[in-house]
Design a protein around this ligand. Structure first.
Ligand SMILES: [Zn+2]
Length: 255
């Protein structure tokens, strides 16, 4: 399906009658010795494309390839924009869509460093464009409860380049991965409160988690589950013209 703006002409864009966009949010940073440095961008982009293929009228914008990665800076080859710059860039991506007449926005991220800038950008957009409909998905968060019981073997799948991310990468771009260099590195962190670590405090190879338990089969289930959950939500929004306000209780109705 022709739905990626990078690969279409203006005429194809006009003919496509797009009314919503998806913005993949990635990073450029080390993912250890077994996954490519562009891992986050590749996963976010491929996930966004699969979602758009099932959502009529959804345009895939170019991925955010470099964002906030200073907490991974000790490992090559990490590139980083500052937190404020990243937030401004996400804001400008969204505002570009709005200036093109599209204010239904889906953000799909595969990178922890995008969480705060994304929050900043979307709050600022809602201040300036109250009628914009902004949906954000940090797709690794909360997906576990939609997967079969005991799906992950190590560290609940988490970590940077751990069982979760390794599985997604093996499924989506195995040809770029080097499974022979994967390792298990399990950090000992507080369970409920959150340590604000620099990655060099947790690992000497730019990776944590149970990468040795990552498999293509798990990745397939995870990606297919995420795509179906996101598509289901988008279709439900479409059915009510993206009006998610609470009937009878909304103080500021969407126009
Ligand atoms: Zn990553």
């Amino acid at each position: 399906m022709v739905n990626e703006v990078m690969y279409m002409t203006s005429m194809q864009y006009k003919e496509g009658k797009f009314d919503k966009v998806v913005i993949p949010l990635g990073s450029t940073e080390s993912h250890g010795y077994h996954l490519p440095i562009g891992c986050d961008t590749l996963i976010a982009s491929k996930l966004a494309k699969r979602v758009a293929d099932q959502c009529e009228g959804m345009l895939v914008l170019p991925p955010l390839q470099v964002s906030y990665s200073k907490h991974y800076d000790s490992f090559p080859f990490s590139m980083s924009l500052g937190y404020e710059t990243t937030g401004r860039v996400i804001y400008d991506y969204i505002e570009s869509a709005i200036r093109n007449g599209i204010d239904r926005i889906l953000l799909i991220s595969n990178h922890d460093g995008n969480i705060a800038p994304c929050e900043y950008a979307t709050r600022c957009i809602k201040e300036k464009y109250p009628n914009a409909r902004i949906m954000a998905c940090d797709w690794w968060v909360g997906i576990s409860k939609h997967l079969p019981e005991n799906f992950f073997e190590i560290y609940n799948g988490m970590g940077h380049g751990g069982e979760f991310e390794t599985s997604a990468a093996y499924y989506l771009f195995k040809e770029l991965c080097k499974p022979e260099h994967a390792a298990n590195i399990i950090p000992e962190l507080p369970e409920y409160i959150e340590a604000k670590w620099d990655f060099s405090e947790l690992t000497d190879r730019g990776q944590t988690g149970g990468a040795l338990a990552g498999t293509e089969e798990k990745g397939k289930i995870m990606i297919e589950t995420a795509v179906s959950l996101i598509v289901k939500d988008i279709k439900a929004l479409e059915a009510k013209n993206w009006d998610y306000t609470t009937p009878g209780h909304c103080q500021k109705p969407l126009v």
